[in-house]
Unconditional design. Structure first.
Ligand code: P71
Length: 460
């Protein structure tokens, strides 16, 4: 049959390959048992297609690798720092740059600088490390995302939007004295890679400006957010990704960035700031926790790779193919009736484990059990994003019970092909067909912080 529309392909060709290994069902059973049914504890060698995360797992370009050879490994004043600073100013528009070893390093510093004990930080859904650093600084996170974000079936085009009434009520209740900033993520990871709209961010800016409250952007996946704005928001078609990203950043006072995502590197991050006094405080702290303010825990060559990666990440062809691959995988699963979070997000496909495994109560960790089942089927590694990730309430010690009980299939950038996506979708389908046999888990070891990384489980 003649195609009705023309296909597009990745805007690159492959220069270096890394073999991956198929395993037998017996090998996988042994591996997941040794890992305590936690995909974080699997050895990467036992994984066939690794969709644990898109963080630090991207393929760098030849230009980035060439940049690595230009690393200026001076302790102070490396030329790669100045190149990175120039790129952050040029593409994100922030005046001041604090390099950090990765995103959570930037979160730690900005939380320590801006948050006082007893403060409240509103945000569009928590992220694990972001919220923990806010809490360690004495603050409390308050979710002000729109209700649709907690409903996997809602097809709202901007599920990352902030509920302005909720935010206004929080400001009325606590006053600007207790709200150091609003934490805005673009896109929202835990909601399924969902974008915030420009119109909503503009409204949040107007509201916070009236009260003199800052906005700190989590810019980790801001290019992917800009793609959804370009595709979905009225009046934004035809704009470049770079110009939308610049506008998003201009509506905020600073950003934390994990360069391991959008910026196409294996390690790195930064804090971008506009206020000189905040910058000076942050520069005082970075030398304590990360490294001198001109490297912040990165080698010179790492900073160079970030500088080049920022530019590549904002290329329209790149971002269309990147998000396009996620939509391809999600589209197949949706077509086959597998319950996934809709709309399909920017960095991965999120399976709704509650609908997938309706026979398992949340106390039996359905998403964790499903991630193990997918690994056992095919060696595809995914990540739990549900009750295990949500941890415990800081005050009561009770388990947080998020409405979203998800398994994330996260796509690294420029790493896998369409054929890999087919294999993944078919594996999920095969688990779906045998879902009645998937058993729940019980937790047999629970670490104190970010328990999902190292917790261990046994099948019930
Ligand atoms: C992801 C990660 C990496 C991760 C972190 C914690 C638990 C599991 C996996 C990291 C993010 C992120 C956002 C929106 C800040 C960080 C921290 N994501 N904000 O999705 O998604 O950055 O990892 O560089 O410290 O797998 P960092």
């Amino acid at each position: 049959m003649k195609p009705t529309r023309r296909s597009w392909a990745e805007p690159f060709k492959i220069k270096v390959v890394e073999p991956v290994r198929l395993t037998t069902p017996e090998q996988r059973l042994r591996a997941i048992q040794e890992a305590g049914y936690n995909t974080f504890l699997l050895r990467s060698e036992d994984v066939y297609i690794d969709l644990l995360t898109d963080s630090g797992t991207s393929a760098m370009s030849d230009r980035q690798w060439a940049g690595m050879m230009l690393g200026d490994e001076a302790y102070a004043g490396s030329r790669n720092f100045y190149h990175l600073e120039e790129m952050v100013q040029k593409y994100y528009g922030y005046k001041y740059l604090i390099p950090t070893h990765q995103g959570r390093g930037a979160e730690h510093i900005v939380s320590r600088v801006l948050i006082q004990p007893g403060d409240v930080i509103p945000g569009n859904m928590y992220f694990t490390t972001t919220r923990l650093h806010q809490e360690l600084a004495g603050g409390r996170f308050e979710d002000v995302i729109i209700a649709e974000a907690h409903d996997p079936a809602s097809e709202h085009p901007f599920k990352g939007d902030i509920d302005l009434d909720k935010l206004a009520a929080l400001i009325r209740e606590h006053g600007r004295e207790r709200i150091p900033y609003v934490s805005v993520a673009a896109t929202v990871n835990m909601a399924g890679g969902q974008p915030i709209s420009l119109a909503n961010l503009q409204a949040v800016r107007e509201l916070t400006a009236r009260h003199g409250i800052r906005i700190i952007l989590d810019a980790t996946r801001v290019a992917e957010n800009a793609y959804f704005i370009q595709q979905r928001e009225p009046g934004q078609q035809g704009r470049s990704i770079a110009s939308i990203v610049m506008q998003i950043c201009s509506l905020t006072d600073g950003c934390t960035m994990s360069a391991k995502k959008d910026a196409l590197v294996n390690i790195g991050g930064f804090l971008g700031l506009n206020d000189q006094d905040v910058f000076e405080e942050a520069r005082n702290l970075v030398v304590v926790y990360e490294g001198l303010h001109t490297y912040g825990g990165m080698a010179g060559r790492d900073m160079e790779a970030v500088a080049v990666g920022i530019e590549e990440s904002l290329d329209d062809d790149h971002i269309r193919a990147r998000v396009g691959q996620v939509l391809y995988l999600g589209g197949k699963m949706r077509e086959w009736g597998i319950p996934i979070v809709l709309p399909i997000g920017g960095h991965g496909v999120f399976i709704d484990a509650r609908s997938f495994l309706p026979h398992l109560p949340q106390e039996q960790y359905p998403a964790q059990a499903l991630a193990s089942a997918i690994y056992l089927d095919s060696g595809v590694r995914t990540m739990e994003r549900g009750i295990v990730s949500a941890g415990r309430n800081k005050e009561t010690g009770q388990e947080n019970k998020p409405r979203l009980e998800l398994v994330r299939l996260t796509i690294p950038r420029r790493v896998y092909t369409q054929a890999h996506m087919d294999v993944v979708a078919e594996s999920v389908l095969s688990v779906f067909e045998g879902r009645a046999a998937v058993r729940g888990l019980r937790m047999v070891y629970e670490p104190r912080y970010l328990r999902f990384f190292q917790a261990r489980f046994e099948p019930l």
